[in-house]
Each structure stands twice: as C-alpha cells, then as structure tokens.
Design a protein around this ligand. Sequence first.
Ligand SMILES: *[C@@H]1O[C@H](CO)[C@@H](O)[C@H](O)[C@H]1NC(C)=O
Ligand SMILES: *[C@@H]1O[C@H](CO)[C@@H](O)[C@H](O)[C@H]1NC(C)=O
Ligand SMILES: *[C@@H]1O[C@H](CO)[C@@H](O)[C@H](O)[C@H]1NC(C)=O
Length: 403
Amino acid sequence: MEGPAAASSSSIFGAVVLGFLCLFVGPSLAAEDPPANDGLCALILQPLGYPCVEYTVETKDGYLLTLQRVLHGKVASREYHGLPVFLQHGLFQGGDTWFLNSVEESLGFVLADLGFDVWVGNVRGTRWSHGHITLSEHDHAFWDWSWQDLAMYDLSAMLKYVYNETNSKVLYIGHSQGTIMALAAFTMKDTVEMVEAAALLCPISYLAHISSKFVLRAVSMHLDQMLLSLGIHQLNFRSNIGVEILDSLCDGFVDCGNLLRSITGDNCCFNASRVDYYLQYEPHPSSTKNLHHLFQMIRKGTFAKYDYGWWGNLKHYHRLSPPAFDLADIPESLPLWMGYGGNDALADVTDINRTINELRSKPQLLFINSYGHIDFILSPNAKDDVYGDLMRFLGSAKGFSSY
Ligand SMILES: *[C@@H]1O[C@H](CO)[C@@H](O)[C@H](O)[C@H]1NC(C)=O
Ligand SMILES: *[C@@H]1O[C@H](CO)[C@@H](O)[C@H](O)[C@H]1NC(C)=O
Ligand SMILES: *[C@@H]1O[C@H](CO)[C@@H](O)[C@H](O)[C@H]1NC(C)=O
C-alpha cells in the first residue's frame, strides 16, 4: 500500500510544482473579469430557489470583497427567527464551499432552510472577491498579504458590514483558514464585540504537528521561498495550464480523492462522483505570501504574525521577532464550539489541544474519529454527524433552550 501511494504522491507533487511554475508564467484565466451576473448567487443559489443578494464591502486597505446573503430558505422557516450567521471558508476555497453538495447536505442551505439569515464571506483574491480600489490582480502588491491581513482587514470589514446591516451580533462559523482568521481576529476587542458565538470546524492556530505528507514535503522543499524568489506572488491553480494539470491528475493516473488525501488526510466520506462539479468552483487563488506565512508556522511551531526577518520585523513591528497572537486575549465570555476529526492531516489533535489549553474559555467539543479535513464541509453525512450539534450550540448561545 505504501509503495504505489508514495510513488503517486511524489509524482503528483512533481506535477503540481511543475504546474505552479508553468501556470504563473502563462496567461491566467482568472485575469478576465467575470460578467456581473456571474456571481455565486446567480450561479448556485437562485437557480435552486434561494433568495440571494450580493453586497460589496471595502476593506481599510482597499480590497473590494463580495458578501452573499441568503435571507431565508426556499420555504421561509421562522425556526431560527432570522438570526444572522456568518460563514467563513478556508484556504483555496470560496463562499461556494458551503453550497457544493445537495440542499439537504450543505451547511449553507441547511442554515437557510432553518430560518437563519445566512451571510457568506469571501476573502481577497478568491473568484468572488478579486477587486481593489487601485490595484489589479496583475500587480504584485495585490497579492502582498497573508492570513493575518485576512483577519485584521477582511474579517473586520465583513463582520462590521453584517453587524451594521442586521443590527445584531453575529454567529460565526469558520472552516480551517476561516478559523485561524477568527482566532486571530477575536483577540481584537473591536472585532470580537460583534460576535455572539463562534463555531470552528477544523480549528487551526498552531501547525506544529501537521501530518500531511504533501504539505510536509512542500515545506522541506521550500516551495514557498522558491515561488517567492521566482517572483510568483499569486497561487492560482485555475489558469489554462493549472486546469489541465488538475484535470489530468483527476482523470488520469491518480484520482482526485488521492490528491486530496495526500493534502488533507483521509476523508471518510468524500463523494468522488462530485469532483467535476467541485472543480467548477474550487480551488480559488490565494497568495504565495500566505503560503509562506503558514509554512513559517509549521517550521517554527508558532501562532504569530508574518516573519519578515530581523530588519523587516523592526520596520513592521518595531521588534526583532514577529509578535505572537495570545489566545488568552479572546474573552472568556465568547461561547466557542469546535468540531475536529481524527483523520485530519492539517488540524492535528495535538495542536488543537494546545489551542484549547491556551483559551480562557472551555469550548464545546465535537470529535469525530473517522473525519478528515474536508468531511466537515463536504461529507454527505455531515448534517447528522456535525451540523445538528453545531446548530444546538448556536441556538443555545442565543438562548434557544430547545435546541
Ligand atoms: C449601516 O446600515 C445602514 C442601514 O442599512 C446604512 O444606511 C449605512 O450606510 C450602514 N453604514 C455602514 C458604515 O455600513
Ligand atoms: C454523490 O454525487 C453524485 C453526483 O453528483 C450524486 O448523484 C449522489 O447523490 C451523491 N451521493 C451522496 C451520498 O450524496
Ligand atoms: C488531547 O486532549 C485530550 C483531553 O485532555 C486527551 O484525552 C488526548 O489524549 C489529547 N490528545 C493528544 C493527541 O494530545
């Protein structure tokens, strides 16, 4: 079992590295502005009968982000009385991630059908949020950010918008990078004040015990520094060549289930017959600087800001090393829930234990031994395995004792 798996993962890795190298030099599909009716609402939600509106939110550093809002389900259930809930996707994903399975299975639809007022975040650089007031995505400066900027600028701008529009504190649900953004942002008083309670799927803050073979190999090969030194600032699998490579990986000598597995761990419940559909929307672009920041954390075992090196740190932070985020700065009064899996190669149980120990509050925990990183979003059984528990937590945080 080890033999063929190891062989295919090293050739996948070779192909992906090759893909990276070719595709950033070649023309990018994502460079074309999609037409206005090409948003997530028009593509997925409205055709299925869900009332969906899009808003543009400007961050303090000039990025133009799209928020989708699903006001209620197909039948307007009042069960949850229009409580605003905000969904924040993970790395290489976009707001579509919450709507990619059937309406009975996907968290976004499930929430809308229960009567939540569902708001969907999309970070800078994704297909749905690729605007900026002065920069274009062809500029290096457009890609000069990592997850700490997503926490400090994107998340705070999006939550402020929802908080103001709904006149209500927001229930937060994040997955993966959407949890590291939250844990960093919730250490900031003006952001956490807008949040009623937070549910974190595959929570990430420390990355010291990551076990993903694919990621560990990329870290040891210094893929991040290699890309930066080649002047490649955008990580985009969806260029002409990137799509071809992903297609050939999926149709050819290895299936996408395996590629996904070598990156994220064993997903118990991945529906391989939906891969073509998933690939219509994902992966989304991110920045090489973001990858570099995450790799720094894997190498150093820290939950800290981006490391610019001594001189850069002096300039940016007025100290030699980047400041760490202190999880104890998250108020004890913020109700937290965490769902995590025994087969998750990215959000490792040892790292999650450390996160839990450093928090002031005691989060409610849901551990599912058979679940991997992607199951929490895409498992057809997640509604029964995860979302019921999550919903009871959200309900109880809002004082709905019956849930
Ligand atoms: C807050 O919401 C109100 C009502 O929707 C809107 O008129 C106003 O422009 C919003 N303010 C900000 C800062 O978003
Ligand atoms: C898996 O995906 C296929 C293709 O979209 C779909 O027909 C099937 O219902 C899915 N299975 C589950 C259990 O959701
Ligand atoms: C994580 O913490 C729980 C509860 O303290 C403990 O039972 C478990 O063994 C820990 N797991 C790891 C991998 O450290």
